[in-house]
Design a protein around this ligand. Structure first.
Ligand SMILES: Cc1cc2nc3c(=O)[nH]c(=O)nc-3n(C[C@H](O)[C@H](O)[C@H](O)COP(=O)(O)OP(=O)(O)OC[C@H]3O[C@@H](n4cnc5c(N)ncnc54)[C@H](O)[C@@H]3O)c2cc1C
Ligand code: SF4
Length: 371
């Protein structure tokens, strides 16, 4: 157990050996290949995946490999997964594997504590790292930055179409498509449309899962980053590797420090803990978690707390009243302000240079600065 990274047995990176899966998946396609392997080797009866129906994500419980293939790729919108899973599995418990965000898994674990039939069902929780999800009006604003009126003029195809990391894509009636690269879409979607709860959610690393999968996000490689959290999870990965469904390698310590494994601690866990503590101090409602702010928000990290609070305050200031109305009517400005807020405080002029100088100064003084 690494204190700020959750239960950890092994850090891996890998990809599917099926070229079509690797091409069409979110990162390396390990999630899809692992689900197919578990079905093929009858380690599970069915799997829970998120497909698309009428331009919206839907949860499906399936034993059909084609449905699993059709469900590849991340869907960045709310999916009421448990509303599908719980009634189905209460009727007929089965051994399942499921891809889940941390809050979906939290809800599932809570449900299994209360409903015995569900406890007979879970075999493997294949967790996804989770930065945030957005309400569906984000798609309208992303389309607006492309000059498309959505809904109406075009259909929404996917959040991450095409080669890694992919682009949001819209299809016109005549079959032509228009795309907007992922990171430009995130500038619009993340600050302006992420659910409020995501700003206060510390568990981007999916600590309750058997494994957690994410994008490496460094150097733009189409590989899946994998944290094996339980023995069950580690054995499932090993089994898929032995069947040549996936190729994996251990991450070096340097790679761990450069990818989402460290990134999610900095971008979600610590800011959420700091924001929840701040809200409580003000007497405002805040979600309860059992992380210990005193041990996690130490020394150098403590200096970042005001920035995390300001990021949260500025974001919701921009999302309220006349500012919201103005930005909805001016998509290009929405994208620019979104970029500023998404990468805040690094977008404050001079911030990055000042941080580098402060680190250098402290190193010269011989102080142990945690990177
Ligand atoms: C909402 C969300 C936020 C994410 N945020 C981050 C992040 O900040 N940083 C990061 O590194 N990675 C994040 N990920 C994980 C990343 O996008 C990939 O899912 C992960 O790298 C696995 O890639 P893959 O190629 O192996 O998956 P694929 O082979 O493409 O398979 C993805 C699987 O996930 C399922 N799925 C898709 N959307 C959802 C959903 N909303 N809920 C549950 N299951 C779903 C699909 O059914 C499919 O089975 C996020 C994923 C989601 C869904
Ligand atoms: S950030 Fe947290 S609350 Fe938001 S979707 Fe992800 S797991 Fe759920």
């Amino acid at each position: 157990m690494v204190q700020d990274r959750g239960p950890t047995r092994l850090y891996l990176m890998g990809h599917s050996t099926d070229p079509e899966i690797r091409q069409k998946s979110a990162s390396g396609g390990v999630a899809t290949s692992l689900l197919l392997h578990l079905l093929e080797t009858r380690q599970v009866d069915e799997v829970a995946v998120i497909g698309m129906d009428n331009e919206r994500p839907v949860a499906r419980l399936t034993g059909d490999p084609q449905v699993v293939r059709d469900s590849m790729m991340s869907k960045y919108g709310p999916v009421p997964m448990l509303a599908t899973l719980i009634p189905e599995l209460r009727k007929r418990p089965r051994r399942i594997a499921m891809t889940v965000t941390p809050c979906q898994l939290g809800g599932w674990v809570r449900a299994t504590e209360r409903i015995a039939k569900l406890r007979e069902s879970t075999v493997l929780a294949l967790g996804l790292f989770c930065g945030q999800i957005q309400s569906y009006d984000s798609i309208t604003s992303i389309a607006a930055t492309l000059g498309i009126q959505y809904p109406g003029e075009a259909k929404f195809k996917a959040w991450r179409d095409g080669p890694y990391p992919g682009s949001a894509s819209f299809e016109f009636l005549d079959g032509t498509t228009v795309e907007k690269p992922l990171y430009a879409c995130l500038d619009v979607a993340v600050p302006h449309f992420s659910l409020h709860r995501c700003f206060l959610c510390p568990d981007g690393g999916n600590w309750l899962a058997d494994i957690t999968m994410g994008d490496i996000h460094h150097g733009g490689i189409d590989e899946t980053v994998i944290v094996c959290r339980t023995l069950k999870g580690q054995l499932a990965i090993k089994s898929a590797q032995m069947s040549d469904m996936i190729q994996i390698q251990e991450l070096t310590l340097a790679q761990v420090e450069e990818c989402v494994i460290k990134g999610i601690t900095r971008s979600k866990l610590l800011p959420a803990i700091a924001r929840n503590a701040w809200l409580k101090e003000r007497g405002d409602a805040a979600p309860e978690f059992d992380y210990d702010p005193a041990t996690l928000l130490q020394r150098f990290i403590k200096r970042l707390v005001p920035f995390w609070i300001w990021k949260y305050r500025l974001t919701f200031w921009a999302r309220t009243g006349w500012r919201r109305r103005f930005l909805l009517n001016h998509p290009a400005t929405m994208e620019k302000t979104g970029h500023f807020l998404y990468y805040f405080p690094a977008t404050i002029p001079g911030y990055t240079v000042a941080i580098k100088a402060a680190k250098l100064f402290l190193q010269m003084l011989g102080t142990n600065v945690r990177k």
